[in-house]
Design a protein around this ligand. Sequence first.
Ligand code: NAD
Length: 375
Amino acid sequence: MDERNAERDSATLSTLMLDVHDLVAVVADVGLDSFMDEMIATLRTSIGAFDDRVVEHQVRSGFSYNTPEHGLVEWMPAMVTRDVVSVKTVGYHPANPVRRGIPSVLATTALYDTRTGRLMAMCEATLLTAIRTGAASAVVTDATTHHQPISLGVVGCGAQAVTQIHALRRVRTIDRLVVTDTDAVVANSLWERLPDGVVTPEVVSLDEFNARIGTFDVVCTCTSVPLGHPPVADFSRARPNLHVNAVGADFPGKTELPLEYLESAVVIPDLAEQCMIEGESQRLRLEDLGPSMVDVVGGKVQGLATQRTVFDSTGWSYEDLLAAQLFLGHAQRLGLGTTIDLQLEPNDPYDPYEMVRFTAAQRSIQSSASVREIG
Ligand SMILES: NC(=O)c1ccc[n+]([C@@H]2O[C@H](COP(=O)([O-])OP(=O)(O)OC[C@H]3O[C@@H](n4cnc5c(N)ncnc54)[C@H](O)[C@@H]3O)[C@@H](O)[C@H]2O)c1
């Protein structure tokens, strides 16, 4: 049987572009709380049932630099076999908010069809990253603490703080919220950026935060602390069952927690190989790490609620694949997005010049017409 072009009718090379307005439209349709709830449920279910025979992923890689200023551009690949490859590309430039009024973390995700290699969709992932990072902390916090309500401390009041607090609010009642930031402008504006239903944050100095560390059930550290700087808070008087979501360490040499505190806790890496390079765990030995996020979320580890726990959150590419699929599913349901011809699609697959030749032929007709007009 001649298989030539047998699948031509079902093959297209068009790409669905899902921009920030499409994501805003999805969130408007679903509701912000419900969208966060869906993200939490998606991560809980898919990470809890993670199977490395079905999902492949790689430690992220990229370029980091100090000129023109400190920052990086990196890529985070994951694949659901026989289905989809996702590559999130992230820029991290901590001077962006103060210098330029744009976010520190900027991201887009590309989804590829593993049958053809086609770029199926490109989507906004800056807001999506913030939501999935909050959701990841929520699923781990939910699995490691039994407190209800919780007293929450937050160090760093930027973009990630908003979704950390929102996501935790979806799994726990927060009866006290104490926050600190080296930039008072950012700390004092946090209340304006939090969604409805969250208790008003109490903004305190670092000294006051440290003095109150023993009153917190959960702490989130989500700072853009520079490389090699001292810990962002003093945890020496922390409760014996404090849970910390350590979100900001995602660069070699950049960490947020005191080493002694880390050594006193059960450290739960989102992706151990990556955490050993750029998370809090970069200062530990592999054998010092606790159970993985997969095992904790999957309910395979008991007794964590009575121990100090640290979620070493560096950001896992599989979370980004799941987040992009959630967005894509809603966008398709609502008929959102713009289809563009980003990739060459000639009638003859062996002829890369086909479309160019057509344009060149048109140009020659046009130029001979204009020569006639001048003549
Ligand atoms: N784990 C993940 O999956 C993940 C995802 C996204 C971002 N991040 C990381 O989270 C961190 C925060 O990201 P963001 O988007 O909120 O950045 P942001 O620039 O919006 O906010 C960071 C805040 O931290 C404050 N800060 C810096 N040093 C501090 C210190 N020593 N003590 C207290 N506050 C301090 C800054 O003043 C700023 O307000 C970044 O390091 C980013 O790379 C991690």
